[in-house]
Design a protein around this ligand. Structure first.
Ligand code: GLU
Length: 413
């Protein structure tokens, strides 16, 4: 049988699992009694590319409750529905540096510091479905939204939900505090009931990888092809995951792993690299911050091994000017541009070619080998021929040659 070309990715994931099996420590969450029943040895990882290819290893199909990994996706649904300005009247965007269940609200506004801590997440859930929705309706909006991120139906773990509901007084306290501060969008009972159901949805590492890949893909689920949220909502959510996703370990995480991420006390973690992939990990024992010990180790190992840190300096980019030829006919110079033109590429084109624009000939900017013009580059380049005007003998100084129309082609919103 022919070797499967994807084997190297699967073997890499297997190797990462092998490495972290040696990592011990942490404890399965027990403050929600049902969670204490989780198998501490369960270990799985899945990676989904923004082209929808899935690779996994270990217990990637094992179900566990999503818990706080639901928070970025609920936030994405809220900002997509109501807009960032409306949502930030209720919840801030600042890292708290405090534990997930901290009782802290911004003194001046009464807003929870961010949507990744419980107080902020409960407020987000309270907004979904609007002010008149009851707990059933709000829970349904969350579940349907999360199902679109995952691309499949998700089931509620009744036993975990009952366990959370019977022991969730601290979360109720947070809801009452935000209600009295005027930031909660429903009664405390409705908000917490819907929030407990949100946290008790069953997912797998594979689901988490697809959900994260949807954010990495600008809001379009790369497996189902469905647009779940707009590009802005996906970017805002990824930004909040970057600054606040790992609770009071977010700063250390950003230095050592460097991927937007979110953890949950069920043992799951999602991480992503915008434009490239989403990852889901599962291992129940947690560290003191409530992050999965082996999940953190897996992502750190993957990031180091495959050079995934989002702030890694990738070296000088290929010049966007593929060739520059001066023809004898009318003193015309043709600059053939190439690749994916972003702001800095457009800046290089204009700065390097500016000395060639004068009275004695015209410059042709040939876009036939350009694959995409990013919005920032388009703004730099737009109107250049009009701005530089005509030569002394009345010919345009700059001519755009764009047979495929890439300059007009916009990315989907
Ligand atoms: N349902 C959990 C709680 O509210 C979520 C916490 C977490 O996963 O970090 O306590």
């Amino acid at each position: 049988m022919a070797a499967d070309l994807r084997d190297p990715v699967r073997s890499a994931l297997d190797a990462v699992l092998g490495t972290v099996r040696e990592v011990h420590g942490g404890a399965v969450a027990s403050y929600i009694p049902e969670l204490a029943k989780a198998d501490p040895d369960a270990l799985g990882v899945a990676l989904v590319s923004t082209r929808g290819m899935l690779h996994d290893a270990g217990d990637a199909g094992a179900e566990f409750t999503i818990q706080s990994v639901s928070k970025p996706f609920a936030f994405a649904l809220a900002v997509d529905t109501f807009g960032i300005d409306e949502v930030t009247k209720h919840v801030g965007l600042e890292p708290s540096g405090e534990p997930f269940n901290a009782i802290s609200l911004e003194p001046a506004t009464g807003r929870p510091l961010n949507p990744m801590i419980n107080a902020g997440a409960i407020v987000i859930t309270s907004l979904l479905g609007g002010p008149d929705a009851d707990a059933d309706a709000k829970a349904a909006v969350v579940r349907t939204g999360l199902e679109r991120f995952a691309g499949r139906d998700l089931v509620l773990a009744q036993d975990v939900y009952a366990s959370e509901a019977s022991t969730g007084d601290r979360n109720r306290a947070l809801a009452y505090l935000t209600r009295s501060a005027g930031t909660l969008g429903a009664t405390a009972e409705i908000a917490t009931d819907a929030y407990f159901r949100q946290c008790s949805l069953l997912v797998t590492a594979r689901d988490l990888a697809i959900m994260a890949a949807t954010l990495a893909n600008g809001g379009v689920n790369p497996v189902s092809g469905e647009r779940v949220v707009g590009k802005d909502a996906a970017r805002w959510t990824t930004a909040v995951m970057t600054s606040c996703g790992m609770y009071d370990a977010s700063g250390t995480w950003l230095v050592h792993v460097g991927l937007p991420a979110k953890s949950g006390v069920g043992g799951g973690i999602v991480a992503l690299q915008p434009g490239q992939f989403g990852i889901g990990t599962f291992s129940p024992p947690l560290d003191a911050q409530g992050n999965s010990v082996r999940g953190v180790a897996m992502l750190q190992e993957l990031s180091t091994r495959f050079d995934l840190h989002m702030l890694e300096h990738r070296g000088a980019q290929l010049s966007p000017i593929a060739s520059l030829e001066r023809s004898d006919v009318g003193g015309e110079t043709v600059a053939v541009l190439r690749g994916d033109l972003k702001f800095a590429g457009a800046e290089e084109v204009l700065t390097r070619l500016a000395p060639l624009v004068g009275d004695d000939g015209c410059l042709v900017l040939d876009f036939s080998a350009v694959t995409r013009v990013a919005e920032g580059a388009r703004r730099v380049l737009s109107g250049v021929p009009e701005r530089v005007g005509l030569t002394a003998d009345g010919r345009p100084r700059v001519v755009i040659r764009d047979p495929e129309g890439v300059l007009e082609r916009r990315d989907p919103a």
